[in-house]
Ligand binder design. Structure first.
Ligand code: ZN
Length: 169
């Protein structure tokens, strides 16, 4: 979606949405005849899958205009309340989604978590949290793609998108 990314200004920290905004300052984007939240579009482009509308796209960084996938997570509305508090305690996240996928692959191959931690410059505890889906649980590796043929009643669990509580370091 070139049209989407042309409206994003990437920095080392947040990726700023420069396109249209809602009245309360959230990024919005016209897609297929409907208005979507820019962070939602960003995540859906990454995972190549629709995120159910009843789930909300929330910010780890507390910046409503940020569309950087690793600053986002999928949660329920009530999580919004925690959003700002979490943003204050999380600090920067080192890992990119590609890193997390690589980490999962290494673990699946039987590589020791200590070694994985070393290689990516994170703590062994972080590796275990990824392993258990406590962090990055929303990032799915499923091959399922957005397609009209998909039944609408699919459960969240079936989509592989979890509302992992954001307890990232
Ligand atoms: Zn951000």
């Amino acid at each position: 979606m070139e049209r989407f990314w042309s409206k994003v200004r990437k920095t080392d920290g947040c990726w700023w949405w420069t396109g249209g905004r809602t009245e309360n300052g959230h990024g919005r984007f016209w897609r297929e005849g409907r208005l979507d939240g820019a962070p939602r579009v960003s995540l859906e482009l990454l995972i190549q899958h629709r995120i159910p509308r009843r789930l909300y796209i929330l910010h780890r960084c507390g910046n409503p205009l940020c569309v950087r996938p690793e600053h986002l997570y999928v949660g329920r509305q009530s999580d919004n309340m925690r959003d700002a508090a979490i943003a204050g305690t999380l600090g920067c996240q080192k890992l990119l989604p590609e890193d997390v996928l690589a980490i999962r692959k290494m673990l699946a191959r039987g590589v020791h978590p200590d070694r994985v931690a070393n290689e990516f410059g994170i703590t062994t505890r972080n590796v275990y949290m990824i392993l258990r889906g406590r962090t990055w649980g929303w990032l799915t590796t499923r091959e399922s793609r957005i397609s009209p043929a998909q039944p609408k009643s699919q459960s969240v669990a079936a989509l592989g998108i979890l509302q992992a509580p954001p307890r990232q370091v």
